[in-house]
Design a protein around this ligand. Structure first.
Ligand code: TXA
Ligand code: MG
Length: 339
């Protein structure tokens, strides 16, 4: 197992052939959202390895990463909806995955052996885009965690989780955004967010000048992300989530009921004062002063506390802007929600 740095790739420390050789197997790559476990989309053996290494159900499709829009031509079938052109102009490279009809070139392994569509995004990480230009092939990459665990936002998280199962890790530092991309689909003239993420519903509505609906649970004809039906983002210890304006009283009550346990707390910096007197300050992880900072620290907070405490208490957010994506992850991570 070796860890190489994205900066060294950007500085041309490795030859093109050396880089291509790394990608004869799965490789851990940094993106601006979370680390991914990547495989070339033209090699089914490597794609199958991704599922095995992550212990991912084989019917959960992968996101395909491209470095330039020419790559779309070989992957997408039919005409691209105008809404997608507008969104690609505005948000690519960036944390927005779009669901396209897949051409016959797309391996059924990528499509989870079940979909006719494929999710595609262009990551906003210049070194990674350069690397993909060298490989000259799209990379399929799910988040680089064992299925069910919080997504990794630092290389140490991935090394601890996957260890010798992967030969090459590319270190790109801390992922700036910290939550996965928004998964978006335009279907029968309507717009759906299938997974909330760093690009918000409000931002998409503003750019398209059209309404957008969240669609995270199956109903009707609209396909949801197969991934959302599995347990997700769960740390090793129970997580209690406290929501609503009156969270302080239920928080205090649960602190008392669990007095024999070591409790870790995740909370927005400016809400900390309201619970300070009930908690051990050494076990508090302050998420940040605004929604962007909180999104960026959410998974690393869970990973930091899970090894130190018996339970994690998290104080929730509203659903506006980045709050929707943070709450999506926290609700899935929690064993109990107190309103
Ligand atoms: O930010 C991200 O999107 C990260 C980085 C590595 O790019 N990747 C990521 O991949 O989060 P993953 O596999 O952990 O999540 C992909 C989600 C899953 O819920 C999957 O079911 C859904 O996207 N998905 C993939 N292809 C789809 C498709 N054709 N239709 C609907 N949902 C799809
Ligand atoms: Mg994932």
């Amino acid at each position: 197992m070796k860890i190489i740095s994205l900066e060294d790739i950007e500085r041309n420390k490795y030859t093109k052939d050396e880089i291509k050789k790394f990608f004869d197997k799965t490789v851990v790559i940094p993106t601006e959202t979370v680390y991914g476990l990547a495989g070339r989309t033209d090699n089914d053996k490597i794609l199958k390895d991704i599922f095995q290494i992550k212990r991912r159900p084989s019917n959960n499709p992968l996101i395909v990463h491209i470095s330039n829009r020419n790559m779309l031509k070989t992957i997408v079938k039919g005409e691209i909806p105008n809404e997608y052109n507008i969104l690609m102009d505005k948000f690519w490279p960036g944390p927005l995955s779009l669901i396209f009809e897949a051409s016959q070139n797309v391996s059924s392994v990528v499509k989870g052996n079940s979909m006719s569509t494929v999710a595609i995004r262009m990551p906003n990480k210049p070194g990674l885009l350069k690397l993909m230009d060298i490989l000259n092939t799209p990379l399929a990459a799910p988040s680089a965690n064992t299925s069910g665990q919080p997504s990794p936002t630092q290389i140490e998280h991935v090394v601890n989780d996957l260890g010798e199962k992967v030969e090459t890790y590319i270190d790109g530092g801390k992922c700036e955004l910290g939550l996965e991309s928004t998964v978006f689909m335009h279907f029968e003239n309507k717009n759906y967010i299938l997974r909330p993420g760093s690009i918000t519903k409000e931002e998409i509505e503003e750019v398209l000048q059209q309404p957008v609906e969240y669609k995270t649970k199956a109903s009707g004809d609209v396909v949801v992300c197969p991934g959302t039906k599995y347990t997700h983002y769960s740390p090793k210890v129970p997580v209690y989530l406290f929501v609503g304006d009156k969270f302080v009283s239920s928080f205090k009550k649960q602190m008392e009921e669990n007095a024999t346990k070591k409790i870790g707390v995740m909370i927005e910096t400016n809400k900390f004062e309201s619970i300070r007197k009930f908690v051990d300050e050494d076990s508090v992880f302050l998420l940040g002063k605004n929604l962007k900072e909180c999104a960026s620290n959410c998974f690393s907070g869970l990973r930091h506390l899970e090894n130190k405490v018996d339970m994690i208490f998290v104080c929730g957010f509203g659903y506006k802007n980045e709050g929707a994506a943070i709450m999506d992850r926290l609700e899935k991570a929690s064993t109990k929600i107190f309103e």
